[in-house]
Design a protein around this ligand. Sequence first.
Ligand SMILES: [Zn+2]
Length: 353
Amino acid sequence: MDKNIRFIDLHVHLDGSLPVRTVRRLAEMQGIDTGAADDEQLKKRLQVSSGCRDLNEYLTKFDFPLELLQTPEALELAVYELMKLQDSQGLIYSEIRFAPQLHTRKQMTQRDAVKAALRGRERFLSENSRNGDGFCSNSAAGSLSGCRTGLLSNLILCCMRGDGNDDENYETLNAAGEFFDREGGVVAVDLAGAEGLYPTRRYEKLFERAARMGLPFTIHAGEAAGAESVRLAVRFGAKRIGHGINSVQDDELMRMLAAEGVTLELCPTSNLNTRVVDNILDYPVQRLIDAGVKVTINTDNMTVSNTDIRHEMKLLCDAFGYGDDVCKMFLINSAEAAFVTEEIKDRFLYEGK
Ligand SMILES: [Zn+2]
């Protein structure tokens, strides 16, 4: 793979992607014991083991990071450090997602949590002397040469599958509505959590509301549940699907995804961890491409899955003999599916060349 190739990550969870050194720092700041003598041990604690059985077990790996992310200072630092890491990995754009309702155990409201995350984003962008939108001033797409460009990130707010949290999910939509800005900030909402336990059909009213509010959304679907879950998410109005890998069970659904231009956010290592597939050679990425479905490659949880975007690309390149042209196609799909304005998408396409 070309070492100068640029990346976009549209599906990356903040709590599952904290750099190990940031976890240590957050624990020290708050006097919380990591239970680990060194970084190697701490990494093990944060990572899924090779014996992981399914998504439900995978989700237990978020308990400790979430414990550390209950103050505004911690959330701000977490977003800032994740952006720094992604910048160093050659990303030009990421949409970092988190569930504000999981950060209200102490004094924060969901609104406070979103504001803290936005501060982390703004701090990174201002320190890297970009102009809010992550690009140099007066940089029309054709005149970027000589201008230092780097990572831009936006936020996606996750509602959560679960019992008894309807009010919290509506509060998340309200926070998203307040801070929504396709030019930079909160750009969309999502539905995350245990798909096998809490089926997508329960969330129809929630997404009716999101659509009425004009919020774009992606939904985790077709990961722990089958094609029907994806079909419902698209019917609700999702423009993107988190994972959606089980769409291959249904040819008619794949035709629909292609016809409607719905983009899948594939996360290969995560799907191996949660046993959606047992072997990368069985990963149905080519079947989706052949069916005309737009697919993107993403990390999901860099720390939990011990991965990064380059590793995800390499995994597929090695397994299926893909070259840089296919990596470019993934990048173009990601740029086109980003929850930003057409003008910003054009800049990604230019930068990704
Ligand atoms: Zn995810």
